[in-house]
Design a protein around this ligand. Sequence first.
Ligand code: 1PR
Length: 558
Amino acid sequence: AAAKQKLYLLDYGAGNVRSLLNAVERLGYTIEYIATANDFDKADKIIFPGVGAFGYAMKALQNKGFAEPLKAFVASGRPLMGICVGMQVLFEGSDESPSDPGLGIFEGRVRLFDSKTKTVPHMGWNSAQMVHEERGSTVNAPDLDEERRYYFVHSYGVPYTAAGKQGEFVYTATRYGDETIVSSIWQGNVFATQFHPEKSGTAGLAALRSFIESDLVRPTASKVIKAPVDIRKEFTTRVIACLDVRANDTGDLVVTKGDQYDVRESVDKGGDVRNLGKPVDLAKRYFDEGADEIAFLNITSFRNLPFKDTPMLEVLRQASRCIFVPLTIGGGVRDVVDPDGEQVWPAVQVAGEYFRSGADKVSIGSDAVYAAERYWQRVSEGCEPLDGKTAIEQIAERYGNQAVVISVDPRRIYVRSPDDAKGHHVIKTAFPGPSGEQYCWYQCTVKGGREGRDVDVRQLVTACAALGAGEVLLNCMDKDGTNSGYDIELIADTKAAVSIPVIASSGAGKPEHFSEVVDKTGVEAVLAAGIFHRCEVPIEAVKNHLSQHGIAIRPVKQ
Ligand code: 1PR
């Protein structure tokens, strides 16, 4: 009977819903869009995958005339599943947008995480602990498992309380730093998760399947609040596989890997672009092997192509059909003019195309450097530095801060004394330069390291965080492809300067490098490329090592 049910998706156009369609299809079902208010009557079940900001979601529901039909749908007893902001709007309201009341189906308010005590957003894999025991074996319960990890990405959450009506219906709670939030709630015919099941690998697919295939109606009398549960801290360090993608000399799209950003073989080996495999195949392999996230960087994005022909769009479409962890796409996220000059694509539209093709985040390299230059220029002129004009601000406003990653390509510049650094933020290094220099600063580059700019990494990340970036992907040109370990000095210094997540990148050569960078810098995520592509160190070996070292990870098999 389940297969004949009409499953509908409530979309209001705020980001990546393709992943959810793909996940439903992977499970063998089809889903249709709610296009008009009348469609609510046709639906047997609705999935509501909120993406973006609370206020944007509520306004979109109101403008499309969906808020009342949605409430009526819930009142009719048919099953609804809310995801992320799709869960939050079921509550009474949110600090994110105090003037927009929520739907008020659940009691409680959505609050901003405290970023003084931890990194915000809460971005990564965490556990979901049951706070009730379902009484009676006849209850169809959502398929969540305390031993599995689920993917969260949000800056606002509903604080968990065992008291009152809310406490009665919370299904799982999750600890992040010093706060405990509602990670799923289940009341009657409404089940909702703060995490993204469509991005939570097989664990998430199981949760979705249980909603699609069973009638998850929670009998009010069936639950008992467990004795006060101690919600464990289970936030994990992410292991990310990064694929640098470009066309080789015969025009095929390949995964390549540079040696300090030089992706060509030496002249005696023919000087070709190194080819380490096909983007989608390799990414799929990393998903199967337990990567927590995949990043694609289009490293020759500055070459001119009509935007719609960007091969990365097709790579994303294909990858998102078989990969159910977050996908980041970078390269060319800026205002683009097609070569014939006819069509102009503002950066926010470029990002929108990527999200619709299956990306969860976009990463911005060169354009972030220009944005930071502009930011500090305005500061020096005494102007308000934020004027809403940068790609970072516009994409963050529309799709949420968590969707905007800054990719930094710095290189180390040695100086004899801090005074020689032209006012840049200087580090005293334990690894002196070629002439014994004891100080260095990190210069940001654009165009894949081809051009250095007068901006240091600290200036870049603080400006971009202020503009609304949600994460920093921190490469290092000196370390890239060397297998000699991460640049701990750079990473520690940068991590200390921002309260958004930092991904350590460049230089990983063995499992110990990963634990070293987490221990010494506290980064939220570790990234590698070459050692994974060349099969020198499998992802599982990295995770096993981290786990033995006492660093929480999402198990490869879960
Ligand atoms: O400037 O917004 O169009 O973005 C261009 C993007 O392409 C940036 O994110 C930039 O980092 C990337 N990029 C450009 N040229 C190169 C190159 O290698 N020639 N790749 C490049 C950057 C560095 C990392 C690499 C890590 C880990 N590659 O992506 O994966 O260093 O490598 P390792 O583990 O093997 O050491 P825009």
